[in-house]
Design a protein around this ligand. Structure first.
Ligand code: F6P
Length: 561
């Protein structure tokens, strides 16, 4: 590790990319022409990473673009940074931590990983066994509630990385759900916990308090609320009637996932039912740690193991494949191309799989909490744009909502399309396979974006001349198409790891620390100061800015109960 971060904009490859885009612009940037001139383009720009088939051919790139991006990767020492991450170097500089989410899914065939003198592989294997054993206990009915009834619903209480990953995966793999169902509560909005616990029977409900720090306001508030709810209802039924019976109820109905086991014990959770992970797993990289306990219970340890193997397959690809064929590296570098050379400010992720509807939200934390930074890891200001806004919705719903802007708007929005060859639910509409309708849309949209429709083609349809401009599609709107055989635990793990590594690649080029999140702190501190102001505390009121004071006064005069 050098003592200062690299400014990518002064590197030779950066300058060459600037010249290259100018040359392309002079020659004409046109996917129709590029496809016609190079019949092998689609084949040459389609890559395999694990089970994922990734077609990059509809991006605004030529072979020379990829060569220059590869040179950029070499100049920022991407291969060295990849090694450093997998090895456990403290590449999270501002928190002085290793970044080892890849250690969570190493296979038994790999040698033990020793970091800072600790056998990380053993630690991971032990903790995995710990929460798998607990999951088996719950699934088999050996772990029962305090009245002896089996668990029917698991409520995961967490936020950010302690919620988005498990909630997304639970939905994505709904075909693997068994009789025990999960619910998720994250927001400190009382409506969330209110909706989540509505209709639940405390005797058959298990709460998982998932929080890396075990201090997060939203999670701890919801956890206390859930505990009061449970004790109150059990009190009304005569199950809880003393400090001891209350403690027994909490011990049977609450477990925790955290790196702060001392705080877990203070909450009254049985230390045997506290599942741990480590400070080298960032919250947004933790879905494959014990944070996935809710998944091990509801989908089963076997599915969770397949999920981990999926991550491992993508890790292997990222770690071992030369940059020319390394899909996370190529996708990350192409994102740099759009953000820094095309002024793209957002990036759409469009899963043609209804069960992946929370995937874009999951990616928002992964990508934007990681790369939404204005300083490099040594504190120097960045000199180039970083951190695009990720967003998306499942196709085909998006087609009938925001795709208008993708096709004919004034902004360049690179888009990742994701689809699976096999449907989860094979249904026919008469003789028509529904999944084929979905896939036809997936494929057609990328063609429409890339190749558009010229004014002459519009005229050839007999359209009145004054309407021609409105019906022209410019084309040359970039997309990447990702396909896999099916949405399974393994392919989902591969997809998540793909985006983890894309995020890493972009962070390396920009020279930023993709593993801290200082930008979320100020709002948390200020919120704790506003609470007493809302309650009328005079000293707190004097600390507020005029706008905040106006809102507090409006609240105080308008709140009914
Ligand atoms: O405030 C941001 C954040 O720290 C995320 O990085 C994290 O995933 C989330 O809050 C939840 O944190 P915890 O798991 O410690 O409750």
């Amino acid at each position: 590790m050098t003592s200062s971060a690299q400014d990518p904009s002064v590197l030779p490859a950066w300058g060459a990319l600037r010249d290259h885009i100018a040359t392309l612009a002079t020659q004409g940037i046109d996917l129709r022409t590029w496809f016609a001139a190079a019949p092998q383009r689609a084949d040459e720009l389609t890559f395999q990473a694990g089970d994922l088939r990734v077609d990059l051919s509809k991006n605004l790139i030529q072979p020379e673009t990829l060569e220059l991006l590869r040179q950029l990767a070499v100049e920022v020492d991407l291969p060295g940074r990849i090694e450093a991450m997998f090895r456990g170097d403290h590449i999270n500089i501002t928190e002085d931590r290793a970044v080892l989410h890849t250690a969570l899914r190493r296979t038994a065939a790999e040698p033990d990983l020793i970091v800072d003198g600790v056998n990380v592989s053993h630690q991971v294997a032990q903790e995995l066994q710990h929460f798998f054993d607990f999951a088996d206990e719950v699934r088999s009915g050996r772990h029962v509630g305090v009245t002896g009834r089996p668990i029917e619903t698991v409520v995961n209480i967490g936020i950010g990385g302690s919620d988005l990953g498990p909630a997304m995966v639970y939905q994505a793999l709904s075909s693997r759900q068994g009789p025990i169902k999960a619910r998720f509560v994250s927001n400190v909005d009382p409506s969330d916990i209110g909706d989540t616990i509505a209709g639940l029977d405390p005797e058959t409900t298990l709460f998982i308090v998932a929080s890396k720090t075990f201090t997060t306001l939203e999670t701890m508030t919801n956890a206390r609320l859930a505990r009061s709810w449970l004790l109150e209802l059990m009190g009304a039924r005569g199950i809880v009637h003393s400090a001891q019976t209350a403690a027994d109820a909490v011990a049977k109905h609450f477990v925790a996932v955290s790196t702060a086991k001392d705080k877990v014990a203070e909450f009254g959770i049985d230390p045997n039912n506290a599942f741990g992970f480590w400070d080298w797993v960032g919250g947004r990289y933790s879905v494959d740690s014990a944070i996935g306990t809710v998944l091990a219970i509801t989908l089963g340890p076997d599915a969770f193991r397949e999920f981990l193997n999926g991550f491992a397959a993508m890790d292997h690809h990222f770690h071992q494949t030369p940059l020319e064929r390394n899909v996370p590296a190529l996708m990350g570098l192409i994102n740099i191309w759009y953000v820094d050379f095309w002024d793209a400010r957002t990036h759409a992720v469009l899963p043609y799989a209804q069960h992946l509807s929370r995937f874009p939200a999951y990616l928002q934390q992964l990508t934007m909490e990681s790369n939404g930074k204005s300083v490099r890891w040594d504190g120097a200001p960045v000199t180039v744009p970083t951190g695009e806004v990720f967003w998306g919705e499942p196709g085909t719903n998006g087609q009938h909502a925001f795709y208008q802007l993708l096709h004919q708007g004034t902004q360049l929005i690179p888009a990742d399309f994701i689809a699976f060859a096999n449907p989860e639910v094979p249904l026919q509409d008469g003789g028509q396979d529904m999944h084929e309708l979905l896939l036809a849309n997936f494929i057609a949209q990328t063609s429409a974006l890339a190749f558009g429709k010229t004014a002459d083609e519009v005229r050839a349809e007999g359209v009145a001349e004054e309407l021609v401009p409105a019906k022209v599609f410019s084309g040359n709107r970039p997309s990447t198409s990702i396909m896999a055989p099916e949405l399974s635990p393994s392919t989902l793990g591969q997809l998540i790891a793909l985006y983890e590594h894309i995020t890493f690649v972009q962070g390396v080029v920009w020279g930023i620390d993709s593993f801290d999140q200082w930008g979320v702190e100020l709002g948390k501190v200020l919120a704790s100061q506003v609470v007493p102001a809302l309650q009328g505390d005079q000293a707190a009121l004097t600390q507020l800015d005029a706008s905040a004071l106006g809102m507090v006064k409006y609240y105080q005069s308008t709140r009914r109960h």
